[in-house]
Design a protein around this ligand. Structure first.
Ligand code: C2E
Ligand code: MG
Ligand code: MG
Ligand code: MG
Length: 290
């Protein structure tokens, strides 16, 4: 009896595996076609300075609207693109598009920055530095308007080599930040060795900031540590007044999240910039929620 159960269990498992594998393979093929068909595009999520109450820029977030699969989220397709090497094409597209947008915003509200997520494999690609340099040159983006986001784990693997690469990026004048801070490696030692400008507190610590005293303590500790190291702090996933008050009280530098606005298409962000950069009469910073 145990034997037959085991067999049924195995069959069930392998059927499920097959479905996952089949979707993966299908998405992989779909991605290549999707790129050619222009199915990939960027959304932008506004970032606000909590001290000056000014818009500072936006994070570029990749979207894929597939004719075949509908909307596929980056949490699903980025890992697949990483494992099949498609991330190189995708990463180039993101970097280029993001910089072109930043150039356009510069005409409306000078100094806005665009933050771009960089995946591990993209960063480890031998010609990554060259790619960044060419994109800066070809798009004419102000290097200080470009911020590259790396997760802790990406920064930590091959730490020695990464220091050189990050330093080269700093020399180009781009800004560097650590994404999802607090969820990866616990070693903080690297922070003092790496030429980082900012850290982004992961939204898992922000979610229950006001009700969970552990999360509050962690967020507070991250902010004060970052400031001691002369790093800026950006909170992600801010959804409520209370979270914002907490963060502003602790002198968190910047924030993004649904409280201000969800990620939006490029044209919408341009209107948003016009609306909130004092160019229109009814502009009122931080009045977006609700
Ligand atoms: P991330 O870089 O940490 O991006 C933040 C994610 O949080 C985004 O999800 C955003 O839509 C979501 N978010 C923003 N505000 C709120 C909020 O107030 N509440 C909640 N619950 N969520 C909020 P998204 O766009 O699905 O992206 C997920 C992840 O996919 C990103 O995490 C990033 O790791 C990756 N990703 C997105 N675009 C790219 C890209 O162009 N390149 C690479 N390599 N990775 C990307
Ligand atoms: Mg990010
Ligand atoms: Mg993040
Ligand atoms: Mg994330």
């Amino acid at each position: 009896q145990a034997k037959s159960e085991g067999k049924a269990g195995y069959q069930f498992f392998s059927q499920e595996m097959n479905q996952v594998t089949m979707r993966r393979v299908a998405l992989e093929t779909g991605m290549r076609q999707g790129l050619a068909r222009g199915e990939f595009y960027l959304y932008f999520q506004p970032q606000w300075d909590l001290k000056t109450l000014r818009l500072t820029g936006a994070e570029a977030l990749l979207r894929w609207h597939s004719a075949e699969f509908g909307m596929v989220g980056p949490d699903e397709f980025i890992p697949i693109a990483e494992s099949c090497g498609f991330i190189f094409d995708l990463g180039d597209l993101v970097l280029r598009e993001a910089c072109l947008h930043a150039v356009a915003w510069d005409g409306v509200c000078p100094g806005l920055k665009v933050a771009v997520n960089i995946s591990g494999r993209q960063f480890r690609q031998p010609d990554f530095l060259q790619t960044v340099a060419s994109v800066i040159e070809e798009t004419g983006v102000r290097p200080s308007s470009l911020e590259l986001e790396f997760t802790e784990s990406v920064i930590m693997e091959r730490a020695e080599k990464n220091i050189d690469a990050l330093q080269a990026l700093k020399k180009m004048g781009v800004r560097l930040s650590i994404d999802d801070f607090g969820t990866g490696y616990s070693s903080l030692n690297y922070l003092k060795h790496f030429p980082i400008d900012a850290i982004k507190i992961d939204r898992s610590f922000i979610a229950d900031l006001v009700t969970d005293s552990d999360d509050a303590a962690i967020a507070e500790a991250i902010i004060s540590m970052a400031h001691s190291l002369k790093l800026k702090v950006i909170a992600e996933g801010v959804e409520s007044d209370d979270q914002l008050d907490f963060l502003a009280d602790r002198r968190c530098d910047e924030a993004q999240g649904f409280y201000f606005a969800p990620p939006m298409p490029g044209e919408d962000f341009t209107s948003y910039v016009k609306r909130f950069s004092g160019l229109e009469d009814d502009s009122k910073p931080l009045s977006v929620a609700g």
